[in-house]
Design a protein around this ligand. Structure first.
Ligand code: CU
Length: 177
């Protein structure tokens, strides 16, 4: 019974589509109208729209890209006074080659792991994430960050790595310059 009604509905819809096709076909015939003025108007409109997009989206794109960290990272790599800190994740602790930095000084963390994958996440004094990367065995991930404000930051593991995962907390003290 259900099959039959589905079949009938399908048939009706197919008929409708066919009717639309036939209607369009019956209405279509070669017309000799001159579309040049219409085409010109459409092209003018299109050109204007193009410039509207350039003027609005161009600055929007620049505004959006300005905070991308790549340029900063390049300047960072070229610059001097970069503090390098080696960070190794272990089950279940962080090993940092240093944990005191100065505010405003660029820091480069070289992050790896001695066992399994960990997540190296740096949190500020209000526990907001400020920078993060993966800590992976066999790889060194470079994480560049400049601490803007003094305070005690915390490194927490961001990837569940076993039973004492929650205990992977290290502190970084950022002092006034
Ligand atoms: Cu972990």
């Amino acid at each position: 019974m259900l099959h039959e009604s589905v079949w009938l509905v399908s048939l009706a819809l197919m008929g409708l589509v066919l009717a639309v096709f036939l209607f369009v076909y019956s209405q279509s015939h070669v017309r000799e109208d001159d579309y040049t003025p219409l085409q010109k108007r459409a092209y003018r409109l299109r050109a204007r729209l193009f410039w509207v997009l350039v003027v609005t989206l161009g600055p929007a794109m620049v505004y959006n890209l300005i905070d991308l960290p790549y340029g900063a990272a390049r300047a960072h790599a070229a610059g001097t006074g970069v503090r390098v800190i080696e960070a190794v994740g272990h089950q279940w602790r962080w090993e940092l080659s240093g944990n005191e930095v100065t505010a405003g000084q660029p820091v480069e963390f070289r992050v790896t792991s001695s066992d399994v994958n960990h997540g190296f996440g740096i949190y500020d004094t209000e526990l907001r994430l400020v920078a993060q990367t993966q800590a992976m065995p066999g790889y060194i991930n470079t994480l560049r960050h400049t601490f803007e404000r003094a305070g005690t930051y915390r490194v927490l593991c961001m990837e569940y790595c076993g039973i004492v995962h929650h205990n992977m907390i290290a502190e970084i003290t950022v002092t006034e310059p």
